[in-house]
Design a protein around this ligand. Structure first.
Ligand code: PGA
Length: 248
């Protein structure tokens, strides 16, 4: 596990974006695992800026997103498919067959989860971007999710719905369900890059790194991953006692 701490956000986001660019330069057919939420937005801006300067070629890139709300269409402003089109997919010129996200409108959600899990097994993820919820969730794997879970339908925690209400007109508009990669799906990625910034992530980061490895903090299992890179700002790291921190 490598933990890198930053005073300022621009250098943090730039360094994380560079990991993804490097993976694509090393292997033009690389597979990226992508995330939504506030955390990735600046990282995606760096990727788009580099792409526009011809820094890398996306023709053979494949991407998989972590999760999607149930009941929102890809054209809905709040869907994660819409978020990805707006912040990354379109600007990187990714074609529909290159970019994957669960279909939250599938009539048979269980079959959709199986389809998505199989697709990932066929295209193993080389580098997975992750945020962390203030309750320690990764993707939409809420506290209590079994560590051996595969892609599944989840009922969202009330804390998660409140955290995400800022993207909706009101709390009651936040969907109650989502499809998410499971914890075992995420753990299969060759490399995992977790990014957390801000004081509201400090408790989750402390529980993840210094608490027990327990299903009550889904992110804690990442400590068992052989190739985990954690990027934190000072606020997210403010409750850590660890002396393992490097400065970025
Ligand atoms: P955020 O969400 O990037 O919007 O803080 C992270 C998460 O809930 O995983």
């Amino acid at each position: 596990m490598h933990i890198t701490l930053y005073h300022t956000h621009p250098s943090l986001y730039r360094d994380v974006a560079q990991l993804f660019i490097d993976s694509l330069r090393n292997n033009p057919k690389t597979v990226w695992g992508l995330a939504t939420g506030s955390t990735p937005i600046e990282i995606y801006k760096h990727l788009v800026a580099h792409y526009q300067k011809d820094a890398f070629d996306t023709r053979f890139l494949t991407t998989f997103n972590l999760d999607e709300y149930v009941g929102l269409s890809a054209s809905s402003d709040q869907s994660y498919a819409h978020f990805m089109s707006r912040h990354l997919w379109d600007a990187l010129n990714l074609q529909p067959n290159q970019r994957h996200i669960p279909n939250g409108l599938a009539s048979d959600l269980v079959s959709e989860c199986e389809r998505y899990e199989t697709l990932i097994l066929e295209h193993p993820i080389h580098i997975q971007l992750l945020g962390i919820g203030s309750n320690g969730h990764i993707a939409f794997n809420e506290p209590g999710t079994p560590f051996d879970s595969k892609t599944h339908v989840v009922t969202l925690d009330s804390k998660t719905r409140m955290d995400n209400a800022r993207f909706f007109d009101a709390l009651h508009s936040v969907p109650h369900q989502a499809i998410t990669m499971g914890i075992s799906t995420i753990m299969k990625a060759q490399k995992i890059v977790l990014v957390a910034t801000g004081q509201n992530k400090a408790k989750a980061i402390q529980a993840m790194l210094e608490g027990p490895i327990s299903e009550s903090c889904p992110a804690s299992i990442l400590r068992n991953h052989p190739n985990l890179f954690i990027y934190l700002d000072d606020k997210a790291a403010s409750l850590l006692n660890t002396h393992l921190l490097n400065r970025g």
